[in-house]
Design a protein around this ligand. Sequence first.
Ligand code: FE2
Length: 362
Amino acid sequence: MSEFCPIKGFDHLEFYVGNAKQAAHFYSKGFHFTNTAYRGLETGDRKRASYVMEQGNIRLVLSTGLSPDYLISQSAIAHGDAIAVIALEVPDAVKAYRETTKRGARGAIPPTEERDEGGVFRYAAIHGYGEVLIKFVERDNYQGVFAPGFQSRERANTQGVGLTHIDHVVGNVELGAMDKWVQFFAQTMGFELLVHFDDRTIATEYSALMSKVMQDSTGKIKFPINEPAQGKGQSQIQEYLDYNYGPGVQHVALATDNIIQTVSQLRDSGIEFLDVPLTYYENLEERLGKIDEPVEKLAELGILVDRDRDGYLLQIFTQPVEDRPTLFFEVIQRCGSQGFGEGNFKALFEAIEREQIQRGNL
Ligand code: FE2
């Protein structure tokens, strides 16, 4: 772990949405998350309602404002339903805030301590790209439900679809801003550059982007950062920036140990994925070597394969999960490979471009 800002792992991702009750239904019925905690009018919160959704080690918090002037409502108007907070669990939230702000991070929430019968819950936050906050959560001395103010809502209504943890969280930033944010994560949090993709790696006939992946010293936290690059048409990153009204989280990769089962269940539940042309699967094992999963099954579900020297990975991308062409999810199964599916970038981006054309944005 970095000496000055050790991180234990992702704690949760908080979405600011227009209607948290309906969003909770979507993540429950579509992605098979379980609503484990809640706060809102019934628990004495007059400003907002929040639903904690859990599956494996993944925690999503869906929050909505109860009045037009409240911060969450304003955010949902500006960005649509979007990820507003990336929360990291740390051993010491006060230290994380002090060390990162000392190194140039802009403070957003100074160290705060809340107590209830569950113990002591501490947190603080700094500003990340766009209006996204990076929150430090310290819960070693807290045994309550999620956080003070929340009520338990455990319901054994779903077994999940095998999603285990957050693999990576990708940010889109403006043209020319990628290196600034690479520097930010390096300087303020001690992250290292894991890999760099330039516009020659990630270019199709129309669209291009550049990407650098920042990683903490444990390898648990991976933050790829994309910026648009010049192409014949509009970069998909620029389309995101236009509709998100600024930088923000482009996609979250959720890991599974059995992608065929997970994606089959997600499709049965109505989750929509990007289409992959059947030609992608021709000669797949000649191109990528033997894989354990049946290729016909991957083709049927639209799952992509990539290989590097350490092994292979299987991945698939959902359609945007709101009307704006902004946030989407990736489902990933790693079989040795620690890459990001760079061999699929071209096929993937051509699939995104077909959708961009349908939206009139290319
Ligand atoms: Fe990804």
